[in-house]
Write a protein that binds this ligand. Sequence first.
Ligand code: GAF
Length: 463
Amino acid sequence: TEDAAWLSPGDAAEIRRSLTSQFAEEFGHGPSGVWFAPGRANLNGEHVDFHGGRCLPMALAHGTYVAAAPRTDGMLYLRTLEPTLDAGVQQVCISEVTSGPDADVHTITDDQPCGWTKYVGGTLWALRALGEEIDELAVDESFGADLLITSTLPIGGGLSSSAALECSAMLAFVAMATPLGRANPGAALDAALTDELRARLAAACVRAEVEMVGAGTGGLDQTVSLRGRAAHLLSLDCRDFTVDRIPASGLLADHRFVAVDTGQAHWLGDGQFDDRRADSEAAMRLLEVERLRDLLPDRPGTADVSAVLRRFDERAGAGETLPSPVDGAPARDRAACRRRLRHALTEMVRSEELHGFLSDDELDAESTAMLVGNLMTAGHASMRDEAEVSFPAANTVVETAVEKGAPGARLIGGGFGGSALLLCRADDVATITGAVASACAEAGHRTPRFLEITPSDPAHVIA
Ligand code: GAF
């Protein structure tokens, strides 16, 4: 078998040191601090956050670091050290971020084609708006900043690199530009940011991505990045974004999570994700509900899914299409909408089952791992056949891992590229990752990279 290439989360203190000295070289003065926000992996609950479903994610040790210093001219000067995105310092004129005559139209003026700067400019724009509601988050009028950014996540790798960028920039802005940040210098900010404030900041990051970048993200990624907990899985109810934190120690006593970055990058804003979402929203419209989760009872089962699908069939009739969820847009393929609906509903059922297994003290660690693993693999099949967001490299990774004895494996994130998550017995990690690397090489896929996944701290100051 091939040797597997591992991506390390790096050493935070070392990254802080090197980012600080590179910042001084780039901007001619030192940064005020360094802030970090993690990526995420999700056991189940893909493409359901925007339908009010439950997700079972965890924050990663891998994430994005931002070194920053304030400016007083309302400008953002941004540079990333990520080689695939770096085009030198990018200038973003945040003072020209305006709400147009139509409240939904906003613009950020930047001087270059790299879309990534919109995530950062949009984050400051969204914090400004939040600061109008929450006094301690009010942003100084003339605030701007110099930022140097680096990440230990694969960019566009389905592990929430976008949210990690937004959330790390958000922390930097809160620290430098708001009364809360000034009253809680350095690492004191971590404790001052209550779970409630973190939830508001996560919602602001979602606004940045939806309204500025134009990607229909549902809030899973930003919530994990700002509200995860070391050694815990989150059980996130996206009806109201309440979070239960479930210890992962039992599950991880003899097992490990491994993420496999397929090397096939994806970008949420490229339209494919929104296209799938539109299919499920057409089904939602047909069924006359505000969110698909409301079609199922609190503890749903497969019979409940069948009942909703029957209702869909009755209402859809024999036609080939359904009206678009957006008035005036082209009609959607009826059969595709039904598949998206079926994915969302079965994924919601799996999430509720998972929540039950993970919270059940009576189950021993081995049985929990088997039950969790089976649901993960079933989730992959649904992503492949019903949501239709999987791709050949992800299928190769999942099939090989399961064949070599992984209790579970699945594509995670938005799909069309990105990463798979494996649950492996600790003793089998080397064999399974080696076999996955070989299978990808044989199939002619890109060389995958592996990340050991440990449930980690949420966004914080690197003191
Ligand atoms: C992306 C989105 F940003 C999330 O909101 C979520 O929908 C996920 O895809 C799929 O579960 O990461």
